[in-house]
Design a protein around this ligand. Sequence first.
Ligand SMILES: C[S@@+](CC[C@H](N)C(=O)[O-])C[C@H]1O[C@@H](n2cnc3c(N)ncnc32)[C@H](O)[C@@H]1O
Length: 232
Amino acid sequence: MISAFKMVHRRGCYFSSRRFSSKDQKVTPAWFSDDPNKISDHISLAHLLWSQVIQKGEIAIDATAGNGFDALVLSKIVLSSNSGRLYCMDIQERAIKATEDKLIQAYDSTYVKERVQMMQSSHERFPVEIAANTVSGIVYNLGYLPGTHTDGSKRIMTTPFSTILSMKNALPLLRKGGILTATAYRGHKEGIEETEACFKFFSGLNQTDWRVYSHDPINSETGAVLFSIYKR
Ligand SMILES: C[S@@+](CC[C@H](N)C(=O)[O-])C[C@H]1O[C@@H](n2cnc3c(N)ncnc32)[C@H](O)[C@@H]1O
């Protein structure tokens, strides 16, 4: 029952040109806003957390690429003109296509081919080439592709079993200080179960190796929860 589900509120930069400038300088991060309410939004907050931890030239994984909005933010944080690698995974072909299109629009196709690996696959298993302790950020935005619940097609959504299995396999990949974030949605039955599964899994991580937080809108039972996990 979600009512018994007690969590406490604890606790890119933008490239206007299609290619990076030679300086690869950080400019206004995507999450930076004049709107003081925006930063408390779970998506903006996730972007902010990534930008605090993930460095240019490192490796990041978007485990639920969807329409590519998060992948684009992640790409701006982690990729430079000649370093960094982004893996984008999604079980749906149309999500992979949407994400790839978004990245190609922001950069160009050669650059995207060089720096980004698009994978239409379920995220329980990560590519074997990704060694343990090497990834700076692994992100999940759980649930289903926005818009797919109204277009008559069957919703393809993340499930507690595969999500937790994926996270179990993801954590060893993180480097020291690396971050895993998961946004979980409580607006529908499956999402409530998945949020509870995440809460249970993350609360069980040992304190010696992990710092674990949740950002929970405690005056809304249906609000999205952002989990952030840091490797010590
Ligand atoms: C809320 S959407 C992600 C939104 C996305 N990050 C964005 O910025 O647009 C959730 C995505 O998870 C994907 N998904 C569902 N089950 C999956 C699985 N087992 N492995 C990988 N992706 C999955 C869905 O296809 C959907 O595109």
